[in-house]
Structure formats: C-alpha cells, structure tokens
Design a protein around this ligand. Structure first.
Ligand code: ADP
Ligand code: MG
Length: 697
C-alpha cells in the first residue's frame, strides 16, 4: 500500500501528483508520510483582527465581506476584505487568484491562518491558508496542528500547508497499523521505551498531546540516526572480522632512539595517550582505521611521525599523504629536521617531482630501501608500488568519504594500517556520522606555554590603525600574513581584490624598508615556492596570499594573521587560518577585517572567533550555522537523508542510537539472529533506496 503512486490518493490526481514529484520528490504514499511537519501551531486559539499587528502568525475566524481583483499586469492581485467582531483586514493573493476567487464566497465564515505583513502602514495577510469554518473543520482543530513546507507552485495547486494536511488526513484514514512495517526490534523498543513506528508516524502528523509528539519525534529521530550508525559500525565490525592487519609487535630502535634522543620537547599527556591507542591498534592483529582529531597546533604531526617510526621498527614502509604540495613540502622539511642524525631514508613525491627522480623513487620503494615517503595524492597512483607498505597516514583537508577510504585499503593484499588526521576539529556528532566506521582518538590538550592568540575584529575605518600595528610588529622582528578570500564563483573579482590590496599595501609598506611576498593560485609551483622560501627565510616581512596557505604551514616567527573580507570565510576556515600563527614564543594576533554592515550569521562568526580559540567549540557553532549539508564529505554519509534528526541538536539521541547499534553488532555482527532479521532487511532496503535524489529527474 505504501508504494501506491501518490496520484491515487483522494484529492490528488495526476496534475497535483506531477507537482508533488517535481517540487518535493513525493512519488508514493511512503514519500508523503515522511514529509514531516516543520512545526506545529495551536489551532484551538483564535486571534482577533484588532491584535494582528502584535502577532507573528495569526489564526482568525470571520467572514469575507467583499472580493476584488485589482491592479494591472505584475501588480494584479486578488484582495478580500475579511472581518471579525473587532475589525477588518485585507487578505491578498498575487498568484493563483482566479482559482481562489472562484472558491471563496462572501458572507461565509472562514478560518484564516497566516503571517501578518505591513504594507503602506497597514497590515494584511498575503497568501494565507484559508478553510471554511464548518463544524467538522472546527472539531478537528488541534492544539498541535502540523504546518508543512510547501512551495509556491504547490500552493497554486491548492497544496499549501493546509492542502498537504488534508492529503495526509486522507492517507491516514486508509492506513492501518499493519501497513507500516516495524523497523526496530522489540528489544530495542523496550530498552528505550519507544512507541511503534505506526504510532510515531501518526503522532508526528496528528499529535494528540505534547507528550505524544515528543515520543514520536524521539522514535523517528532515533531510527534515522540508528540506521546510519548500524551501517557504519557494521562496516567496522565486518572489517575487523574479515581483514587481517599487519601485527606491529615491537617498539624498536627507531621509536626509542627518537623518543630518548631526538624529541625536542616532552610529549603532552594527550599525545602520549593517543600514541598508545595507535600502538595497541597496530599490534592487535586487526587492521587499524583510526581518526585522530585535534585542534590546530595540538601536535598531530608528531603523533604521525612517531606512529610511522613504529612501522619502520617492524620492517615496514610508511607514507604520509597531504592535500597540497606546500603542505607536503613543509611536512617533509619537518620530518627531515626531526629525523636528522637518524639513519632513515625519507623522500618527497609530488606532482612536480621530475620524471628521473620519480623513477628512482619508484625503484627504491619497490626494493624496500625507502622507508618514509611524503607526498600528495600522487602517492596513491597505481604506478607507485611499495615493497611492504604497513601504515598510511592521511593529513586530511578534504574529508574523504567512506567509499574513498575503502579504496585506499585495497592497495595491498593485506591492507596497511590507516591513520587519518583531521585538519580542524569537527563536532562529535558529525564525526560519528562522517567517520562512524573509524575508531577515534582525540588530542584534547595543547602543548604547554602557548600564549592564546588575541583576536580582534575591525572594519575598514580602522585600516590605518591596523597598518600602524603591523608596522610595530614588524619593527619588533615579527612577520605578518594577509589573507584574501578566493571563492571559485567570483574568482576574477577576487584576484582583482587581491591585486588591489597588494598595490595599496606596497604604498603603505614601501621597499626597500619593507619586503612583501605574494602567493596565489595563478603562480607556477616554482614561483610559489620561491615566494614561500623568501618568507620562511625572513627575507620578506609580509606574506599576501589567497587561501593556499590555509593548510598547515608552520612559520613560528609569523605572529600576525590579517584576514581580509573575513565575513566571506566559513568558521572552520577562519579558525584554520588563525592557527597559522601562535606557533612561536611571542604573543600572536589575528585581525579580522570586514565591511561595516554584517548579516547576523557573519556577526556571530566574528564574535565566535573573537571569543574563543577552542576549535571544538567553534566547530559546534559552525554546525549550527551551516547545517551539515554544506560541510564537505556529507553527501554520501547518510546525513543528507536525515529528515527530522538534527546533528546540531540531537547529540543525546545519537549517542543512544549508536550504543544500541553497537550492542546489537557486538552480539551478532552479521545480523544473523532471528531477532535481528529486521535490521538486515532494513539495511538492504535502504541500500536500494539511497540516495533519495537519484529518483528525481
Ligand atoms: P597540528 O596538530 O595543527 O598539525 P603541529 O603538529 O603542526 O600541529 O604542531 C604545532 C607545533 O607544536 C609544531 O611547531 C610542533 O613542533 C609543536 N609541538 C608539537 N607537540 C609539542 C609538544 N608536546 N610540546 C611542545 N611543542 C609541541
Ligand atoms: Mg597539521
């Protein structure tokens, strides 16, 4: 029954069905049922026309005195004068009015529901929901009446929120409990005191009370999150049971020598703990798939390096993969410095490595001579073959999807261990869904003696003051980054801004006293490298750049980060950029430059940056602001299928759902037991149905 095409539902028919498909992706009864309300209103209460100006949403009861189509062309509209016992208000329709005008009768009592808007000093209701106030309609008015998202096109066809609710009511009048298959086991339902799926769906659309609505929401959110977790954790379990891992049984010469003789500082407790987790993982006999989360500057590189030494200690090769060439270069330099005086072969391989050199590297990888390889995506090309690759570290910028990660592990017959480092922290709930198939370690402590970066927000009027400050800092021997946004869509304009900014800057900071580097995507790799090197060596004091330096560069003497048009950057990007300073002993600063007028979201982003240096806190705000849809890597994660659950708010439900999924799999990872049959079936169904949007167009 649920797979019945939507056109067969009473009151729908072919034309409306077509619109529902195109506008909301509703093809079947099942799709309509999961078009959940986006909020509820108390429809037992009626407002008075007199009070309309003070309300946000009103429900009025009264009669239409007159109807009139007025205006010309674009301004043509239907107006209705509506009256209750306290006054009159105009209802207005700009579209679909012919149809509506036919339907409405003067002198008949109506219920009107809508949002008051002010026009020419008077309030009116544009495109309100309107229904005749029959005894039947009045008796159904509920304290929790569903309000549905609709679209302009659907509204013209009578499918506004009210129309959708009517369709839903027809559907539920035919539906019985047996039509809706239960999708959770009795055990789980009992454990979490959940109502049945049928009951939940009924209550979400037609709640009997606040409490019933809450139960319904919990049940539906739980289920959405539960199946994502079940899928991810099952992947993890199956991997653990079917894929053998190399056993790194010893901590040997390389690790110990480095630890005792070459480590330039004490490890933080967090670094020690995470290293131990990694060591246990790699010694366990199963293949490691571990995510290391840590704030910018928390010392992830060192953890990577020491894990790689463990691989060498066990006679394996290891590689580190970075998202950009500059970062690969930087890591290579860091590793070389750290490992100097230790007898380890280490090499850099990127897109710009010369063919001759590349061939030599390939040979050394094949015969096992080369132990540590650092590079970009060039590393995972098929021509790159290792003798015995034991550990792959991915210093991540673009979040890889589950599927891409799976591909990486097929390089060997016994796949290498995987260690994945995030560039910036992501909220726990998001990590659990994007990386739910991985084990997670968190470096939740910063190296000691770091001075928190001071962040300020200025507008254009303060530019001279900012320049004055930069001069002071440069006079004190510091270096400065000035970063411009580069957004693909407005690339041309952005380069203009960058160039203009650079030209103005040069006037203010003239040679030879000041030297300014500039780096952007239009330069060749050699040019970029040349400019970078000048800055690293301290020959230039200012580095003007687009976001190419966003990831990872480490220049301790650079202590000021100026971010131009900061309102155009996302929070995690801002935080990542700010993390480029604060790496030395000096007090560091971040200056956010924006226009004077800011939207509410931009303002909150600036305030958040000024308030805190804590990347985890920032990532939570980011998730609330943007929602998970805009965050990289979410497309294939299942997050996009969430209809009711919200990762920014439903962390507790997510925890419960994950626990439930985990304990089911602990007992029965293949979902073979009779009581778990329902899960095996549901996973199959969902696999067939995902992704949802593929059915459209
Ligand atoms: P991220 O986690 O952002 O990759 P890095 O690994 O680049 O951070 O580390 C940032 C800086 O902190 C580096 O200069 C590194 O040498 C230094 N560092 C790392 N661990 C420690 C430690 N335990 N004590 C002092 N400094 C450390
Ligand atoms: Mg790093």
């Amino acid at each position: 029954m649920l797979d019945t095409p939507i056109e067969y539902l009473k009151g729908i028919g072919p034309a409306r069905a077509e619109a529902l498909k195109l506008e909301l992706g509703i093809f079947t009864y099942r799709d309509l049922i999961s078009h959940y309300p986006f909020r509820y209103v108390d429809k037992t209460k009626f407002h008075k026309v007199r009070n309309v100006p003070n309300e946000n949403l009103v429900q009025l009861r009264g009669v239409i005195e007159s109807l009139q189509i007025v205006g010309q062309k674009q301004g043509k509209r239907l107006t209705a004068l509506f009256r209750d016992d306290t006054g009159r208000i105009e209802l207005v329709w700009f579209q679909g009015y012919n149809w509506i005008a036919q339907k409405l009768k003067t002198g008949t009592e109506y219920i009107v529901f809508g949002k008051p808007t002010e026009f020419n000093g008077k309030f009116n209701l544009a495109h309100p929901d309107i229904e005749e106030a029959t005894p039947e309609v009045l008796s159904r008015q509920s304290a929790f009446q569903a309000v549905y998202n609709s679209t302009e096109k659907l509204k013209f066809k009578g499918l506004d929120s009210e129309g959708l609710r009517k369709a839903m009511r027809h559907l539920f009048s035919q539906l019985q409990a047996q039509h809706i298959e239960e999708s959770l086991s009795e055990e789980v339902m009992n454990d979490f005191k959940m109502i049945s799926r049928y009951e939940a769906l009924k209550q979400i659309h037609f709640p009997d009370s606040a409490e019933q609505l809450q139960n319904a929401e919990f049940r539906i959110k739980f289920e959405e999150l539960f199946y994502i977790q079940l899928r991810l954790l099952k992947l993890n379990k199956v991997r653990a049971h079917t894929i053998q891992g190399f056993v790194f049984s010893r901590v040997g010469q390389f690790f110990n020598d480095f630890f005792s003789n070459h480590l330039p500082f004490e490890l933080t407790n967090a670094q020690k703990r995470v290293l131990k987790e990694i060591r246990l993982d790699m010694g366990s006999g199963r293949q490691m798939n571990r995510l290391v989360q840590g704030d910018v500057g928390s010392g992830k590189t060192l953890v990577a390096l020491m894990s790689m030494l463990l691989a060498i200690d066990n006679d394996f090769q290891t590689c580190l993969m970075c998202p950009t060439e500059i970062l690969a270069q930087q890591h290579f330099e860091t590793f070389k410095t750290m490992l100097q005086n230790m007898n380890v072969e280490i090499t850099l391989l990127t897109g710009s490595t010369k063919t001759k050199e590349r061939k030599a590297i390939h040979a050394k990888l094949l015969n096992g001579e080369l132990k540590i390889l650092i590079g970009t995506h060039a590393l995972i090309e098929d021509v790159v073959q290792f003798k015995n690759l034991g550990l792959v570290v991915i210093d991540e910028q673009h979040r890889f999807g589950v599927a891409q990660r799976a591909k990486l592990t097929t390089k060997n017959s016994v796949p290498p261990h995987n260690l994945i480092m995030t560039a910036t922290p992501i909220p726990r709930t998001l990590a659990m869904t994007l990386y739910g198939d991985l084990d997670t370690s968190v470096i939740d402590e910063m190296p000691p003696n770091r001075k928190p970066i001071k962040t300020v927000h200025y507008t254009e009027t303060h530019r001279l003051r900012v320049y004055g400050f930069l001069k002071e800092q440069i006079a004190a021997g510091r270096q400065v980054y000035i970063v411009y946004p580069l957004i693909q869509e407005s690339e041309k304009l952005d380069y203009q801004n960058l160039q203009q900014g650079y030209d103005n800057l040069i006037l203010e900071f003239p040679a030879p006293h000041y030297q300014v580097s500039i780096v952007h995507g239009k330069l060749t790799n050699e040019q970029k490298d040349f400019e970078m090197q000048r800055f690293i060596k301290g020959e230039t004091q200012i580095m003007v750049a687009t976001t190419v330096i966003e990831v990872g560069v480490n220049i301790p003497n650079a202590s000021v980060m100026v971010i131009e048009s900061a309102e155009r950057f996302g929070l995690s990007q801002l935080h990542q950029l700010r993390g480029r300073v604060g790496r030395g002993a000096e007090q560091s600063f971040c200056v956010l430059m924006t226009g004077y007028k800011l939207g509410a979201d931009s303002r909150l982003r600036m305030e958040t940056m000024v308030r805190t240096n804590d990347g985890f806190e920032i990532s939570e705000v980011d998730l609330k602001l943007r929602g998970p849809g805009d965050i990289e890597g979410t497309q294939q994660s299942g997050i996009m299928d969430l209809k009711l659950a919200n990762l920014a708010e439903d962390g507790q439900i997510l925890n419960k759902a994950r626990q439930a999924a985990q304990s089911i799999l602990d007992e029965d990872y293949n979902l073979n037991l009779e009581k778990n049959k329902v899960y095996a079936e549901q996973l199959l169904i969902q696999q067939k149905n995902r992704p949802n949007w593929s059915r459209v167009g």
